[in-house]
Write a protein that binds this ligand. Sequence first.
Ligand SMILES: [Zn+2]
Length: 253
Amino acid sequence: MAAMYNKIVILTGAGISAESGIKTFRDADGLWENEPVEAVATPEGFERDPERVIAFYDERRAGLKKAEPNAAHHALVKLEEKFGDNFLLITQNVDDLHQRAGSKRIIPMHGELLKIRCLGPQEHIIPCAENQPKECPECGAKMRPHIVWFGEIPFEMERIQKALTKCDLFAYIGTSGVVYPAAGFRQMAKLSGAHVVCLNLEEVGGGYTDEFIQGKAGEVVPKWVALRVNPVNRGSPSTPQHSSPLSQKQRLF
Ligand SMILES: [Zn+2]
């Protein structure tokens, strides 16, 4: 029997973008589009060879244009529409697929590919759809991608922590949940009393997770969202319209 939830926090990771053909540097094989992460995703790499780093992100922006949001991105917009201000989407992804799908209440904690930031004292952040200018149009300082690199602190951590301690449902999608920040998020939500759900392609380690739903995000997320959004289906695992190909695990809600 599924419970009613009032405050929902969602965390999405690489898995949800992968189905749209986008690779992220948090895939942890040490490479991002065949470039070593030390070279293109650390402050030291940028200091050593800014031209290479800028060219790399220019290419990623060009690649992003070819990608489209998938069914999981669209489903999360429906969830947001249902819960309004009681919904928060945190994403580890730097692409704009959630935003393009229509997500509004979103924290891109690792930054955004389509923004750049100047190194001047005011740290101007400006939109950037294609190749990044070398100098800030506001103050003339050098510019860098608005991306949280390894060794840097993710954005809006305070707001994220506050939401996690207040939510009663936390779901992490397309992220293993065993490495930080997801590992810390599920723990924080669980210890604050939330129901914690993992939707992921591969089975992940237990602990602080109440429910695990295995499958591709584009397939499992829309079904899971439908049960949260449509009150008729909520808490009725034997409803006829959901009797088809759901696995035993999925029927738990
Ligand atoms: Zn500036």
